[in-house]
Design a protein around this ligand. Structure first.
Ligand code: PA5
Length: 454
């Protein structure tokens, strides 16, 4: 069993063999300067003269929250109350208000969580994600499914910083109507609701009017895609019985390394250095986050949003892509090995499987020819696939790097989420792209509003 406080490692040796070393050294110098500015912004001494550091409070948030016992206890107590009272949770939210919680759920809970009995779910409710679309069929199916549960003990968790995002607000109306028709008693409606929102929002006003006391306020200086380690991610994590303190401890430890460690020993800074070098000096504008566990697909989608919304601005920014291997070796593998040389591949690898390693059984008749693998584990075969794929890319001078997690647990997830948020933000600081805000998204909202009329 590995040390529970071991941080993820970032190994860029294979990429180093392919990318221009002098170019990387120059990029590292820029990143060291950018790190100083970023840390000054995080401390409130506002070094940034180029942009408003809107979401910068995410940097020290894990440390601050660990010191705020009252807020942490409130999250945990509400989490416990919802876990005990609800059999199903419907989490309404979109973008950063949904993808972080989903990444935590997929990475840290049983892959068949919703299909297990309550006991096998460690006494946690089932969880469903909605409010992230305008999909009639999906809404109807969930309402229908909830109505079929005999004891009808489902509750709503609504997350929206602005409190006015149409997808989330509209689905809240729909689920609220179902809740009201189930409960009858307005007080019980208020008790069946928890809300995470900004200090002032229409959602907050509505929740208050409904008598909801479970209202959590998002910090002003942390926006959607940087909010996974605030109550946005921690409240659902706590409802699911996850250890929210360990998530924060992992993130705080990663921030310490980011602030203090030299290049070469600093996963966030080193990852940013590889990404910028590959893009600026080798034209690699596609970033593949290649996760070697199905449990990390949602982390990949969360990262797609983080990178796309943070750096995809003013005609610039790499295109993120999540690949789940070995599955996608059979779909995207051909292109990644043989297609346009515009891709940097970042593997995310987990050293120890969480469950008992499955051993490949021998058979008397070796018809499928697999007795040569009998006695080895599925994880052994996965590791061979990782090594084989990396070798094949290296032979063709295609750069790969590895983010290596000793295990997949709350500590390592917190650390990895923080590492990726720091790396993307640092890249923005070093390349002059404002990593905060998403001005481009406003345009579709404006046109949609005008299509709907007033
Ligand atoms: O990263 C972001 O800020 C966005 O993706 C938001 O999370 C998303 O648009 C949802 O916004 P809100 O939480 O205000 O409903």
């Amino acid at each position: 069993m590995s040390d529970p406080t071991t941080l993820p490692l970032y190994d860029f040796s294979a990429a180093d063999a392919v990318l221009d070393a002098n170019a990387r050294a120059g990029v590292v110098d820029r990143l060291m300067d950018a790190r100083t500015r970023l840390c000054q912004d995080a401390e409130g001494s506002t070094a940034s003269d180029t942009f408003d550091p809107l979401d910068i409070d995410f940097v020290d948030w894990p440390t601050r929250l660990l010191e705020n016992e009252a807020e942490l206890t409130r999250i945990e107590q509400t989490g416990t109350e919802f876990r005990e009272q609800a059999d199903e949770i419907v989490l309404l939210g979109i973008g950063g208000s949904s993808m972080g919680p989903r990444a935590l759920f997929s990475a840290l809970c049983d892959p068949l969580h919703n299909e297990r009995s309550r006991g096998d779910r460690h006494n946690a409710p089932r969880i469903y994600f909605e409010g992230d679309n305008l999909d009639n069929n999906s809404l109807v199916a969930l309402l229908d499914r909830l109505a079929q549960f005999s004891d009808q003990k489902w509750r709503l968790l609504v997350t929206s910083k602005s409190g006015s995002t149409i997808e989330t607000a509209l689905s809240l109306r729909v689920f609220l109507a179902a809740l009201e028709s189930r409960q009858g008693d307005p007080q019980q409606v208020g008790e069946s609701l928890a809300v995470v929102t900004g200090a002032q929002s229409l959602l907050r006003d509505l929740a208050t009017e409904l008598g909801c006391e479970n209202i959590f306020t998002l910090p002003e200086g942390i926006g959607g895609r940087f909010s996974v380690l605030t109550s946005v991610g921690l409240l659902p994590a706590s409802i699911l019985g996850l250890n929210v303190r360990k998530l924060l401890e992992g993130a705080a430890a990663m921030t310490r390394v980011f602030r203090e460690a030299d290049a070469g020993h600093n996963p966030a800074l080193d990852h940013a250095a590889t990404c910028i070098t590959a893009e600026e000096h080798h034209g690699m504008t596609v970033r593949v986050l290649s996760v070697w566990s199905k449990a990390l697909e949602s982390l990949g989608l969360w990262h797609d949003q983080l990178l796309a919304e943070s750096l995809g601005k003013d005609g610039r920014g790499a295109t993120p892509l999540t690949a789940v291997n070995t599955r996608d070796l059979h779909s995207r593998g051909q292109q990644h090995q043989d297609g346009r040389r515009d891709k940097l591949i970042t593997n995310v690898l987990i050293d120890e499987p969480r469950t008992t390693p499955l051993v490949i059984p021998a058979r008397v008749n070796d018809i499928d020819g697999l007795n040569r693998l009998a006695g080895r584990t599925v994880h052994d075969v996965l590791e061979a696939a990782v090594r084989g794929t990396n070798r094949a890319y290296a032979e063709d001078a295609r750069p790969t790097t590895d983010i290596r997690l000793p295990r997949l647990d709350e500590f390592t997830m917190g650390a990895m989420l923080q590492m990726l948020m720091l790396a993307v933000t640092l890249e923005g600081y070093a390349t002059g792209i404002n990593p905060f805000g998403q001005p481009g998204v406003e345009s579709y909202k404006r046109h949609m509003t005008s299509e709907l009329g007033r």
